[in-house]
Design a protein around this ligand. Sequence first.
Ligand code: ADP
Ligand code: ZN
Length: 621
Amino acid sequence: MTSAPPLSGPASEVLNRVFGYSAFRGEQQEIIEHLIDGGDALVLMPTGGGKSLCYQIPSLVREGTGIVISPLIALMQDQVDALRQLGVKAGFLNSTQDVSERRRTEQQFVAGELDMLYVAPEGLGVPSTQRLLDQGKIALFAIDEAHCVSQWGHDFRPDYLNLSMLHERWPDVPRIALTATATSATREEIATRLDLVGARHYTASFDRPNIQYRIVGKQEPKRQLLDLLRTEHPGDAGIVYCLSRASVEKTAEFLVQNGIAALPYHAGLDSGTRARNQSRFLREDGLVMVATIAFGMGIDKPDVRFVAHLDLPKSVEGYYQETGRAGRDGQPSTAWLAYGLQDVVQQRKMIETSDGDFAHRRNLAAHLEAMLALCETVQCRRAQLLAYFGQDSSTAFVPGETGCGNCDTCITPPESWDGTVAAQKLLSTVLRLQRERGQKFGAGQSIDILLGKTTEKITQFRHHELSVFGIGSDLREQDWRGVVRQLLAQGLLAVEGEYGTLALTDASSTVLRRERQVMMRREPERTKAPRARRASNSSTAAPAPDLDPAATALFERLRAWRAAAAKETGVPAYVIFHDATLRQIASTKPGSLAELSTISGVGENKLAKYGQQVLEALTTD
Ligand code: ADP
Ligand code: ZN
């Protein structure tokens, strides 16, 4: 017997023949076989983990059509196109179709001619759709983006709540629910609401080793972003997240003015513009999408090289989901967040003035707290992220002397310092303003007082007469902003009202009474140059490091061929072949169709369709 038996069985056969892959990843095989045997499954896997195969292969192996429920109507056409490139018979039903197209798809389904059918969740609530499904044979139900059933998340879709009826109406059809949202609370909610309590649960490691996590102090965010793009990601595709529509517009404009191909995306744009920008981002190489969080769910572009946040995300879940859109292809990618005092003030204010009851506000505050803890940690970001999702990081990577080796705190460990005295000075300034003057001010004025600045506002309010005036001149202004930010993050200080004025909390007194030590993260030098990226993290827009010059030339030729083929077929380039596949072709130079077929990502259908063209592109000069 050999130590590694060759893959066998119908699932492996499909993996190999249709998708052109030689091995399953992680728990894919167990999940797929469980479903083929008629079992239900709840699958938690990070973005890029390979969720789609978990329902695509069973749909092909089981008799009948796999019904995929997805909230992402705008992406269904692309998903179906990608499957057709693989030779899979796929169709979709949603509100964007005209009647004749819909009829045709319905007939194909009833006639048993479809392997897979994508349906919008609202469609399933309609009796006519339910009757239609009764007329055909259903292989399975796949509920994609299953976290949309969670009322706490920002992706909540009321139609998802009705999906528990699938089990009642079609009790014998296996169901698989999938999400990249990892907290156990969300998982429980999905299981209960979708009536999947008896399903087998599969939770993959949520580590994304190819993503470098970095959280930097916010000084001039747009400039800092531009630096990042120019020095580390020239010509790369990426997403920049901003909180407001206005900042999306301004940032996109700023990037364009500075020679970066950027497009805006937010809910305030008309749907035509949104669809056009999204389609360009997917189809063209090297575009930067500047967007609110309205953008991104289900975007399966594999070569997004960076995700940048110019504002603080509202929760770790959101942050992880958004940053997870980088590097689905497993290549080195960057998750970069600029974060400053103003973010904390703004978010605290937003929570305080938000609608909703106390429980809702408390929930928002808890999410923010976790996000702030991630920003302020002096420990490994990756370990903290994984811990948040209930995963022991030692199962994901072996923490060496350099930690995970691929986050900012591990690469350049931040210094911490004893900020107890500074905290006391700041808190006592807030206390004195309130006690002695009955006044409340924001961070700016409090810091000016500590620094002993004689501004107009200081003179006007006679703040130079306070005993705390000038007692903080040993620190720089940016250090004081760091002190305020960290006190806010630790709940030792609060912001109030419309103007974000500072106020003491119950916990403040423990610091003022010297009962508690406050450790702080040292603020980096403002002029610090961006850290050089490790060699292994060079971007893929540049030629792959493992290709010699001749192979690099071939790779470029193959990319040019792919761009032309994609244009002709009207699909994104990556739907034809991934960069990784082209790179492997360029370095192994297959001389025949048989040799080409052994390369990962070259399945039966693509071989028949493009094989000859690829061989020609390799030989012609
Ligand atoms: P998810 O939906 O979990 O974000 P996808 O299903 O889009 O991830 O898979 C991410 C990428 O990995 C896709 O390009 C997919 O083709 C590829 N992939 C998935 N499974 C395998 C495998 N077993 N071998 C090679 N590539 C795979
Ligand atoms: Zn780390």
